[in-house]
Write a protein that binds this ligand. Structure first.
Ligand code: SAM
Ligand code: SF4
Ligand code: FES
Length: 353
């Protein structure tokens, strides 16, 4: 049995192709020795294709108002216990400026699905950031129309993160009332067509999710040939319908990350805030299992605690300057370096063309 596991990990590390049945085998190491081999090979592939640079993306959570009701998320519309906010445009721009001076070259604008932000309002914000700062802009604002995505791209948005959450269409519709997996995928295709660098990604350890579903998530990411993959553990939130279920584990998340790196060698793979929430060294561990990106929070401190997707989120009381220093030390402590470029898709050139 050991020989088969080893053979398959080597095959994935060299050719980046596996059948679903083979992927299922390497997703489930039988002992520590097998697990160490999986993580080591993923780390080697990361080194070979991405180098030792870790890309920082500064994330501004500019509105926690959401019209959707995803069963797992603390921002869902029916959570009436949350104090809702929208950050005034001036403060968003100031947060982006501060991040630029701290060395960030990517700003991620993230929010709930908040239609108060018309495409004109959003374009105004993106345009100003792009005019004044030499940064790449990533949007993570959920499902919009083709025309809205087109306008946002025209004013300079470079990337779009729209996680597919789970590649199991039935589980997807159970977790997302009124939403369809098919609509999500269509949007990912539109975004690609419009020239965005596109990120998808899944949650690990959702109630009702099987290991087969996780293999399908990885194969889906490969089939979509995404530029980035946001993969993080499910953390139950008390004020949601899934509040009493158990969450995803660090171990399973690391295995999914490692397998993703083996099959998608050039993908940008963040060590998520959620892995940092599960374990004090969760992000370092993820960076040693294939991840090459970290997304520190640069939201002005007074809003942070209200962007409560899940409880006990890290960096709630810290100012952006503090996180910047903290993350640099963490990255250097494992022998890695902080990238100074935009960190565009590894499939494009340095300027993102
Ligand atoms: N509203 C946008 C959307 O859904 O695409 C962007 C913001 S949403 C808060 C960002 C991500 O948070 C989602 O894609 C989802 O994967 C993640 N998320 C929400 N609730 C979570 C939970 N309880 N545990 C882990 N991740 C969660
Ligand atoms: Fe809203 Fe996004 Fe949370 Fe779903 S995951 S409830 S769309 S913020
Ligand atoms: Fe925010 Fe460490 S990254 S405190």
């Amino acid at each position: 049995m050991r020989r088969r596991f080893e053979k398959l990990v080597m095959k994935a590390a060299e050719h980046h192709e596996l059948t679903k049945e083979e992927l299922l085998c390497i997703l489930q190491p039988e002992d520590d020795e097998e697990k160490i081999l999986l993580f080591k090979k993923a780390d080697e592939v990361r080194q070979r294709y991405c180098g030792d640079d870790v890309h920082l993306r500064g994330i501004i959570e500019f509105s926690n108002i959401c019209e959707k009701n995803c069963l797992y998320c603390g921002l869902r519309k029916d959570n009436h216990k949350l104090n809702r906010y929208r950050i005034p445009e001036e403060e968003i721009l100031n947060a982006a400026k501060k991040a630029y001076f701290l060395g960030y070259r990517t700003i991620v604008l993230q929010s709930g699905e908040d239609s108060w932000y018309t495409v004109d309002r959003l374009c105004g914000i993106v345009r100003k950031i792009k005019q004044h700062l030499d940064v790449a802009v990533t949007l993570c604002i959920g499902e919009r129309t083709y025309e809205e995505y087109r306008e946002l791209r025209k004013v300079g948005a470079d990337r779009y993160l729209l996680k597919h959450e789970t590649a199991n269409p039935l589980l997807y519709s159970r977790l997302h009332p009124g939403m369809l997996f098919y609509d999500r995928i269509n949007r990912l295709k539109w975004l690609k067509e419009l020239g965005y660098q596109v990120g998808a990604g899944n949650i690990v350890g959702l109630p009702g999710q099987s290991i087969e579903d996780l293999a399908d998530d990885i194969l889906f990411l490969k089939q979509m040939d995404v530029d980035m993959a946001g993969i993080g553990p499910f953390i139950p939130h008390g004020n949601t319908p899934l509040g009493k279920t158990s969450g995803g584990t660090l171990d399973l998340t690391l295995r999914v990350l490692a397998c993703t790196r083996l099959l998608l060698p050039r993908v940008h793979l963040p060590a998520t805030t959620a892995v940092g929430t599960l374990h004090p060294y969760g992000r370092e561990k993820a960076l040693q299992c294939g991840a090459n990106v970290v997304m520190p929070n640069i939201t002005p401190a007074k809003y942070r605690k209200d962007y409560e997707i899940y409880p006990n989120k890290i960096c709630i009381d810290e100012e952006p300057e503090h996180c910047r220093g903290c993350i640099q030390r963490r990255i250097e402590s494992i022998g890695r370096t902080v990238a100074t470029d935009y960190g565009h898709s590894l499939k494009l050139n340095k300027r993102g063309a």
